[in-house]
Design a protein around this ligand. Structure first.
Ligand code: BES
Ligand code: ZN
Ligand code: ZN
Length: 508
C-alpha cells in the first residue's frame, strides 16, 4: 500500500473509493464532505437521513456515485462526537474506512485528511493518524493460511488536499505515520507467529539482521555464556527448556548522521535502555498453567517484539540519543532439568531469590536484564513485559499498566502513548507491599498470594534497578486484542509506537 498526497478537489479524484467523514449527529455535511455532497446533488445528506446514519466512531456508509463524480463509490466514515475527538479517533476512523475499502476490493483510494481543523491537531498529526490508522486497520497475518486468505486490496491511498500550503506537512505526517505503522506491524508479525517458529534463537537472528542492516553493535550470549555472566535467575528459568536461551543486546549510538543533536549538559548523548521480556512460550514451568491460561502464551515475547521493532525504526530515525536494547529470551518449559518451586538462585545484582512460583518467570529474567543495564550506566531503563494476569484483570484488553520510580518519565511515556493510540494507565509502586515478598531463606521470593499481582511484579523488578530512572510497562493487558478498528484478533504491537514517540521526544 502506497501513501501519497495530491493537491486538488475530492470531487475530481478518479478512484475506486473516495473516503469522506462526518462528526456524529451532523445531518448537513460541510467542508470537503459537503463539497462531495453537493457534487452528488445532495445524495450524502439524503442517504444519511434515510438510513439514519449517525456517524458513530468507525461507522461506515457506502454510496454509488453513478458517474456524477469520477470516484466510483463514496465511503462515509463516522468520527464520533466532535468534543471527544483526538488522534486516536482519527486512527480508528481511518482503520474502519480502510477495512471498508478492502471489503469493496478497492485498489485506488482517495481520502479526505481526517480531522483537519478539529480538536487542535496539526496537519501533520492528522496525516500521521490517517496513515497509521489505515495501516493498522488493514493489517492481516496471512503467512500460515492456505485458504480463506484476507488481503488488503488497497494499492494507492491518496490523501487529497485543496490548499497547497499544507502539502509539505501532510507529506511529513505520511512519512512518519508509515514508519510507525510499519514498525508496529513488524512487532505484530513476530507476536502472531507461533512458538514453534519464534524461538529464542529466531529472535536472536532477527536482532542480528536488524543490527547488520543498520550498522548497530549486536551481542548474543548462549546458555553457557549467560551462566558465566552470572545471570543465574535468567539461567534458572531457561533450565527447563530444550530450546537454547539467548541474551540479546543491540546498541545504537548516535553519530554525525543523527537527525537530532544531543542535548545533555556533558554534551554526551543521553542513553536509554529498552528491555523486552522474551519468553517465547510460557507453560508456567512446574507451577504449570492450566490449559485455558496456557493457550496464547506464545504472546509472552510481545515486549521483545516491540523492542526489536523500535530498534529497526531507530535505523531510519537515527535520533540523538543512545539506545541499548536488551532481550532475555527463553521458553519457560518443564523439561527434566527445570527448576522447582522453592529453589533459590543468586541474581546478577548479587541478591538471592527464592522462586516461590515458577510461573512468575518474567520478573526473574527481567531482574537480571535490568541489573545488566544498570551496569552499563544507562540514563533510563524502560522494561516492557507481559508480566501479570492481574494487570489484565485491572485494565482489560486495551490499556497497558505503567509503573515508575520517576514521575516525569511516567508522564512522558503516557503522553507518547496518547499520540499513537496506545493507552497507558499508571498503577502505584506501593512500597509497603514489598514486605510481602520476604522469604524465610533468601533475600526475597518472586511471588506472594493473590492480591495486587501487577504491583508485586513491578516491586520485584524495582529491587534490581538501583538509582536509575526506570519505568515498567506491564502489557499483559494490551499485547493482544479481539477484532477492533485497529487490530485483527491477535497481536497489537503495543508498545512499539509509545517507545518510538518517547525516544524521538527525548532526543529533541
Ligand atoms: N506471562 C504471564 C502473564 C500473563 C498472563 C500475560 C495472562 C498475558 C496474559 C506471566 O509469566 C505469569 O504467568 N504471571 C503469573 C504471576 C503469578 C504466578 C504471580 C500470573 O499473572 O498469573
Ligand atoms: Zn508465567
Ligand atoms: Zn510469562
Amino acid at each position: 500500500m502506497k501513501f501519497v498526497v495530491t493537491c486538488g478537489s475530492l470531487t475530481e479524484q478518479e478512484c475506486d473509493v473516495l473516503i469522506v467523514n462526518l462528526f456524529q449527529g451532523v445531518k448537513q455535511p460541510g467542508g470537503a464532505t459537503g463539497a462531495v455532497d453537493k457534487a452528488l446533488d445532495g445524495l450524502i445528506s439524503k442517504t444519511i437521513k434515510e438510513e439514519e446514519f449517525e456517524a458513530r466512531l468507525g461507522e461506515t456508509l457506502v454510496l454509488h456515485t453513478h458517474g456524477k463524480i469520477p470516484a466510483k463509490r463514496v465511503l462515509i466514515v463516522g468520527l464520533g462526537p466532535k468534543e471527544e475527538f483526538d488522534i486516536t479517533k482519527i486512527m480508528r476512523a481511518a482503520g474502519a474506512a480502510g477495512r471498508g475499502c478492502t471489503k469493496l476490493r478497492a485498489r485506488q483510494v482517495s481520502s479526505i485528511l481526517h480531522g483537519a481543523g478539529a480538536g487542535g491537531l496539526s496537519t501533520q498529526e492528522c496525516a500521521k493518524g490517517t496513515v497509521l490508522g489505515t495501516i493498522l486497520g488493514t493489517y492481516e497475518f496471512n503467512r500460515l493460511k492456505t485458504e480463506d486468505v484476507k488481503q488488503n486490496t488497497i494499492q494507492t491511498f491518496r490523501i487529497t488536499e485543496l490548499s497547497s500550503e499544507k502539502l509539505v506537512d501532510i507529506q511529513s505526517g505520511i512519512d512518519y505515520g508509515e514508519l510507525l505503522g510499519e514498525s508496529i506491524c513488524f512487532a505484530r508479525d513476530l507476536v502472531n507467529e507461533p512458538s514453534n517458529v519464534v524461538t529464542p534463537s529466531y529472535l536472536a537472528e532477527v536482532a542480528k539482521e536488524i543490527a547488520r542492516d543498520n550498522g548497530f553493535e549486536c551481542t548474543i550470549l548462549n546458555r553457557n555464556e549467560i551462566e558465566k555472566a552470572g545471570m543465574e535467575l535468567f539461567s534458572a528459568v531457561a533450565r527447563g527448556a530444550s530450546q537454547e536461551p539467548r541474551f540479546i543486546e543491540i546498541k545504537y549510538q548516535p553519530d554525525e548522521r543523527s537527525a537530532l543533536t544531543p542535548i545533555s549538559k556533558t554534551n554526551k548523548p543521553r542513553s536509554i535502555a529498552i528491555i523486552g521480556k522474551g519468553i517465547t512460550f510460557d507453560s508456567g514451568g512446574y507451577s504449570l498453567k492450566s490449559h485455558g491460561s496456557m493457550y496464547g502464551m506464545k504472546d509472552d515475547m510481545s515486549g521483545a517484539a516491540a523492542v526489536l521493532a523500535v530498534m529497526r525504526a531507530m535505523g531510519k530515525l537515527r535520533p540523538g540519543v543512545a539506545i541499548t536494547a536488551i532481550i532475555p529470551a527463553t521458553e519457560n518449559a518443564i523439561g527434566s532439568n527445570a527448576i522447582h518451586p522453592g529453589d533459590v538462585f543468586k541474581s546478577l545484582a548479587g541478591k538471592t531469590v527464592e522462586v516461590s512460583n515458577t510461573d512468575a518467570e518474567g520478573r526473574l529474567i527481567l531482574a537480571d536484564a535490568v541489573a545488566y543495564a544498570t551496569r552499563q550506566q544507562v540514563g533510563e531503563i524502560i522494561d516492557c513485559a507481559t508480566l501479570t494476569g492481574a494487570c489484565v484483570t485491572a485494565l482489560g484488553q486495551e490499556i497497558s499498566g505503567i509503573f515508575s520510580n520517576d514521575q516525569t518519565l511516567a508522564n512522558k511515556l503516557i503522553e507518547a502513548g496518547k499520540s499513537c493510540g496506545e493507552y497507558l494507565w499508571q498503577l502505584p509502586l506501593h512500597r509497603d507491599y514489598k514486605k510481602k515478598l520476604k522469604s524465610n531463606i533468601a533475600d526475597m521470593k518472586n511471588t506472594a498470594g493473590g492480591e495486587a499481582g501487577a504491583i508485586l511484579g513491578a516491586l520485584f523488578i524495582e529491587n534490581f534497578v538501583g538509582n536509575t530512572s526506570w519505568a515498567h510497562i506491564d502489557l499483559s493487558s494490551a499485547s493482544v486484542d479481539e477484532d477492533t478498528e485497529l487490530t485483527r484478533k491477535g497481536a497489537t504491537g503495543v508498545p512499539t509506537g509509545t517507545l518510538i514517540e518517547y525516544i524521538l521526544r527525548s532526543a529533541k
